[in-house]
Design a protein around this ligand. Structure first.
Ligand SMILES: Nc1ncnc2c1ncn2[C@@H]1O[C@H](COP(=O)(O)OP(=O)(O)OP(=O)(O)O)[C@@H](O)[C@H]1O
Ligand SMILES: [Mg+2]
Length: 254
């Protein structure tokens, strides 16, 4: 039995002026997998994530998600369908409390809530709001050791990563796109985040993850897509890729 991939990217291309960041990229993400996207700096990995998540319009090519052609759909529509990406916490979000960061990420009231929160006009009644319940569950699950009213900006680098993961999960995604979720995280916390991602995968969340740390990719990813210079060089398991000369030359040996 073959199951439809949850995500299919076909012939994706993106130019920024004269720079062809993405040339002709095609790959699938199987439902229930953690798929890795690796490659040297400037390979076009973040651009691919930005296109797939609707933050960047492709020059050409298509994206199918859960059986629908979503090519060129904006990010807010994709989020409603269950396709969500993580960001690093911006300075604005650092001014919000830990729980506000989660509440502004609930899909339908994002704009209004964010405006209120930033204007210091935050108001919600805990007992009325299922989003608050979900936010508290996620803070407990990820053991974010802050009081919910503490400012997100006062968390450690690794705790900010966990908060960002929790924030993405507020939207209850089916497919989560992660761009270097371990960057700047200490080794002990890397292992904890890995365990969280594997548990989420076991609960049915599909992930596409850009990551430079190959040990992390090896431990987490079922299939790995290798990009270089805007193109897909190869894909397979890490074990298969380690025997591929072209991949070794372009990336793994370097
Ligand atoms: N908004 C932009 N305007 C102009 N050029 C861009 C823009 N975004 C990316 N690029 C260029 O496109 C190419 C691919 O960039 P991208 O960020 O997708 O690579 P990456 O694989 O994520 O790299 P890294 O591993 O360093 O994060 C690079 O040459 C980059 O300079
Ligand atoms: Mg990048």
């Amino acid at each position: 039995m073959t199951t439809e991939p949850l995500l299919s990217v076909r012939n994706l291309a993106k130019s920024f002026g004269g720079v062809q960041a993405v040339r002709d990229v095609s790959f699938d993400v199987a439902a229930g997998s953690i798929t890795g996207l690796i490659g040297p700096n400037g390979a076009g990995k973040s651009s691919v994530l930005a296109i797939v998540s609707g933050f960047l319009a492709p020059t050409s090519g298509s994206v199918h998600f859960a059986g629908n052609d979503v090519s060129g759909h904006p990010a807010y529509r994709l989020a409603r369908l269950g396709l969500v990406r993580t960001f690093q916490l911006s300075s604005e979000f650092e001014r919000l409390s830990v729980i506000e960061n989660l509440l502004v990420a609930t899909p339908d009231q994002r704009g209004e809530r964010l405006r209120d929160a930033l204007a210091g006009r935050w108001r919600w009644r805990a007992e009325e709001d299922s989003a608050v319940t979900r936010a508290r569950e996620l803070l407990a699950r990820f053991e974010i050791p802050a009081k919910e009213d503490d400012l997100a900006g006062d968390l450690s680098g690794g705790q900010k990563r966990l908060l960002e993961l929790a924030r993405a999960l507020m939207a209850e995604p089916k497919l989560l796109l992660l761009d270097e979720p371990m960057a700047g995280v200490n080794p002990a916390l890397i292992r904890r985040i890995e365990a969280h991602l594997l548990a989420l995968r076991d609960e049915g969340l599909t992930m596409l993850m850009v990551e430079h740390e190959l040990g992390v990719v090896e431990r987490l990813c079922d299939t790995v897509v290798v990009m270089a210079q805007g193109q897909v060089l190869s894909s397979g398991t890490m074990a298969e890729l380690r025997t591929n000369e072209e991949v070794l030359d372009a990336y793994l040996s370097g």
